[in-house]
Design a protein around this ligand. Structure first.
Ligand SMILES: [Zn+2]
Length: 72
């Protein structure tokens, strides 16, 4: 729904990095292609997200808040 502020496993703050990550991925998609796994990995490294527990928090997140809001 909304990206959690901290990683569930290690407690690292990930929400601010998630916003930057999504902006970068949207930039690549705007160019007309999907980001490659190497680009995703490089971007996460540049944001300081090295642990796989934190990476899964961002990679597995699906933003559903805009779809749920009309029903509240
Ligand atoms: Zn973590």
């Amino acid at each position: 729904m909304i990206i959690p502020v901290r990683c569930f496993s290690c407690g690292k703050v990930i929400s601010s990095s998630s916003v930057k990550f999504e902006e970068k991925m949207a930039e690549i998609r705007k160019a007309g292609r999907e980001p490659t796994p190497e680009e995703i990995s490089r971007e996460m490294d540049s944001l300081g997200i090295h642990r796989y527990c934190c990476r899964r928090m961002i990679l597995s997140h699906i933003d559903l808040i805009d779809e749920i809001l009309p029903f509240s």
